[in-house]
Design a protein around this ligand. Sequence first.
Ligand SMILES: Cc1ncc(COP(=O)(O)O)c(C=O)c1O
Length: 397
Amino acid sequence: MNEMIAPRARLVASRSRDLAISAIKEMSIRSAQIPDAASLAWGLPSFRTPAPIRAAVAEALESDFSLGMYTLPGGLPEVCETVAAAHEYRTGVRVDAGKNVTITAGNMEGLNALFGVLVDPGDEVIVTDPGFVSHISQIRFNGGVPVFWKMHEGRGWEPDIAELPALIGPRTKAIVLVTPSNPTSSILSEATLRAVAKLARAHGVLVILDDPYSQFTYENRAQYFNLASLPEYADTIVYLFTFSKCYAMSGWRVGYMVMPAALRAEIVKVHDLTMICTPRISPLAAKAALEGDQSHLADFERTLDRRRHLICERLDRLGHVFQYIRPQGAYYVFPRVMITHDDDVAFAHRLLDEAQVTVTPGSAFGPAGKHHVRMAFCVEDDVINQAFDRMEAYFGT
Ligand SMILES: Cc1ncc(COP(=O)(O)O)c(C=O)c1O
């Protein structure tokens, strides 16, 4: 045993050794080993990449001589132009395709490159608590310190802007926001977002908007506000959009960043160092996605809304086990565990081992997630029903 540990201890850097695998992936890996587990662990929608995108890719495979070649690290100019046009259409803000836009291999890669650019050892990045588990790990992996800004369950998971100034210090580099949120699915209010931007600019820190879920807001669309639509904050904001969820393209690994020009020059270096370029086929698929028919967005949202109602109904029947805030957007629900349990990790492991239902322990998303679990309702209705049938049998109704 010692022989196995010794070389690992010597060879592996502490930043990797100290890195825990994401709780979402850990539960998904465990779940895959249990035949017939009903998994609500992974936010991977059940949808297929829409047909027009697949057709555009099939056509490019045949006709594009350069398809198998590298692109420049910032992305193909024609794709950056399409992104700039789409960004202007969605936010009203005109950006320079060559100076402000970069194509990423999804928001995970974009964020990692961004933290690589921003964070010196010991620098701080503010994240919401709870917030997306991988942000926390990426900040730490890049030598930074995540600083938690609490979202208050009693206020529908809205953070208190009055608590933010005390978290901003001389080492603060950025504030990361996700709206609608993962894992709470709450939508940040426009007032909060504007106040964050104002504070950030006053302190010379960036606001990083990680946007996988803005297309999924159900009856709350009017509540959603895109901070990237304020041109006066263009120098303060980095906006990351991913095609993973709303275009069902998670396996294509593609997204884009809109950011101040000085930062883009830095990002391009890190992006190049990591992967040279996004695999060429994926930005072409993304271009087709932005230029093509968008009717699938309403279909996806309608299906997710039906699943949101379903999971809320099923949770209501298990009120003695879970209490939850109704999701406003995205496709997660983050209930508090009401029955006696040691901690949410042990609870999630037991639920999988004894009831064959997979959820993600809430503490992975930050200290405020303790005694909660995250359930993703982007899976088929049958999976939601099977998970809750099993939980009803396990806990009793
Ligand atoms: C908040 C957040 N950011 C980023 C990602 C990953 O996005 P991508 O597939 O573009 O890397 C996810 C996926 O669940 C997410 O929830």
